[in-house]
Each structure stands twice: as C-alpha cells, then as structure tokens.
Design a protein around this ligand. Structure first.
Ligand SMILES: Nc1ncnc2c1ncn2[C@@H]1O[C@H](COP(=O)(O)OP(=O)(O)OP(=O)(O)O)[C@@H](O)[C@H]1O
Length: 287
C-alpha cells in the first residue's frame, strides 16, 4: 500500500508553565493513498491539531510530517505555500467561500491564485457529480449550506490534489446535505482514486470511510477498517465512556471540568476558536 502522508513522533504542545496542553503526544500515523481515512475522537482529543499538522498548516513541537516523499519541516516558506496550494485540498466546517465571488469563481480560485489554467473537462466532471451545473453563477449567499459545501468540495478537488483534508465537513449540514457531501467524498475515492482524510466526531460520517482512527488525549488509541456506524458507536462507547455519542459530546477539559460549569470561559474559547479557524482557512486557501 502506497503511503500518501505520514507522521513520526508528532507532538504539539500549546502554552507554557501551568497552562501547558499536550494536544498531540508522540503520534505515528500513515495515510494510505486512494483511501478514505476518518479521524475520530471527543472534543479536545487532538483531531484538528493532527489534521493541521498533516496538511502542513501548522508546525509540530517535535516530530516530522512527510507529504509523499517531502519532509514538510525541511521546506522554506515559498515551497511550503506551493505544496499546500498544489498538492492539498481543504474542506472546512464553515465552508469558507469568498462571498463576493460566484460559485464558479470560488471553485477555480486556487487555480487563479496559482496562475494555472482550468482543466475544462475536469471542472465539468466535478461540477456534474456534485449537481452544481445550474448554480455556477450564484453567489454563496444565494446558495443553501449544502450547496455551499458542495462548492467547497469542488474547489478542493479542482487541482487534483494529492490529499483532500476535511475538518468536520458535515458539521454545519442537515442530514440530507451531509449525506450528499459524504457520498461525494466516497465517490472521489472510488472513482477518481482520491486520498481523503476527514476529521469528524460523527459515527455516521465515519462509516463512509475505509479506515477510522480514534484519538484520545492526543494519542491514537484504536483503529478500525470498514466499520459500520453501529460498530463505530460501539467502539466509541468503550473508548470514550464519559462522552455523549449523539453530538460532539460535552466539552470535557483535561482537568475533568465540563462546559456547563464554565460558560464564560467556553464563550471565550468559541470566539477564539472561530478566529483561529478563519486564519487556518486563509492559510489553506488564499496563501
Ligand atoms: N491554539 C491553541 N492554543 C492553546 N491550546 C490549544 C490550541 N489549539 C488547540 N488547543 C488545545 O489542544 C487540545 C486539542 O485540540 P484540538 O482542537 O486538536 O482537538 P479536537 O479533537 O479537534 O477538538 P474539537 O472536536 O473540539 O475541535 C485541546 O485541549 C485544545 O484546547
């Protein structure tokens, strides 16, 4: 099996002194080419941190990431930006479309920024598979959430990336729109040989994947192949007995505190997180 990306001894530590958080703790991980991999775990287990490091959007405290044969840590800023632009596709929970551009312009934006030609045939194929042909001249505000996320899927695949990363891509969608996006990701693997890595807390979403890895407290604690939603839920109940399996689960902090006891702090965190997510998205899409 060919390795599309791998991590060795990946560690990410935030903060210092008493505020130190080990978000990832000495993780070894491989992404297989042409496979759909889901990364699951409760809130705070390190899913987004692992994805951001694998996608070269952030730098580890220790360890190394390879995308294909390229050691990401050895790249200077310009080749790093080029690698993200040319070899990686991103789909975010919050769509992150440019509001002033049409669907067509959003889809081709990464190519426009890179000064590359649009492959008309590939564009039509992707747009057809995603059912977007009659929406191309619409602005994001004229599209439903599901349609916006399908535009984001088309944008992610336009440059035929080495890997597509999705960070909770169905997190803001109703179940019908979520199924459309997940079916598309599945088809992109089966029909185009695309490699996909998706972070999710949702067992139904993960059931579309070939392989699911489970994180807990910054470590990979389990892995399953071809698991059904029920099998995934069963594994989650064993691995994360303190968490609510219906949704993202309560925010459980490393010291055992939970969100309802700490409303003001959680409010602050959410505000900070959405700003952080926007800045990650900018780096992924516009750099
Ligand atoms: N920029 C940051 N500064 C400080 N701590 C951070 C930062 N980013 C993440 N963390 C902490 O690192 C840990 C892992 O966070 P991460 O976002 O990777 O988890 P997650 O599994 O993706 O969570 P969620 O499902 O809530 O998005 C958490 O304890 C989080 O609070």
């Amino acid at each position: 099996m060919t390795i599309a990306a791998r991590a060795e001894g990946l560690t990410k530590i935030y903060g210092s002194g008493s505020a130190v958080v080990t978000a990832l703790d000495d993780v070894d991980f491989e992404v297989h080419e042409g496979e759909f991999t889901a990364i699951m775990g409760p809130s705070g287990s390190g899913k987004s941190t692992l994805m951001h490091l694998l996608a070269a959007l952030d730098t580890p405290t220790a360890g190394e990431v390879w995308i294909g044969d390229t050691a990401v840590g050895t790249l200077a800023d310009t080749p790093l930006t080029e690698m993200r632009r040319d070899r990686i596709g991103f789909i975010f929970q919050a769509f992150n479309l440019v509001p002033t551009l049409t669907a067509r312009e959003n889809i081709t934006l990464p190519l426009s920024i890179a000064g590359r030609r649009v492959d008309r045939e590939w564009f039509s194929r992707i747009v057809d598979v995603l059912g977007l042909a009659d929406r191309l001249s619409h602005k994001p505000s004229q599209l439903s959430g599901g349609q916006q996320q399908r535009v984001a899927c088309a944008r992610a695949l336009m440059n035929r990336p080495h890997i597509v990363f999705g960070d909770e891509p169905t997190g803001n969608l109703d179940s019908t729109s979520a199924a459309e996006v997940l079916t598309f990701l599945r088809r992109s693997v089966d029909e185009f040989g695309q490699t996909v890595v998706m972070v999710t807390h949702d067992a139904h979403a993960a059931s579309y994947a070939d392989r699911t890895v489970f994180l807990s407290d910054g470590r990979i604690v389990h892995e399953m192949r071809g698991a059904t939603q029920d099998q995934l839920l069963g594994a989650m109940a064993q691995l994360y007995p303190r968490h609510d399996l219906d949704g993202a689960g309560p925010v459980v902090y490393r010291d055992g505190g939970t969100a309802p006891n700490r409303a003001p702090v959680v409010g602050d965190e959410i505000a900070e997180e959405s700003t952080a997510e926007r800045s990650i998205a900018r780096r992924a899409l516009l750099d």
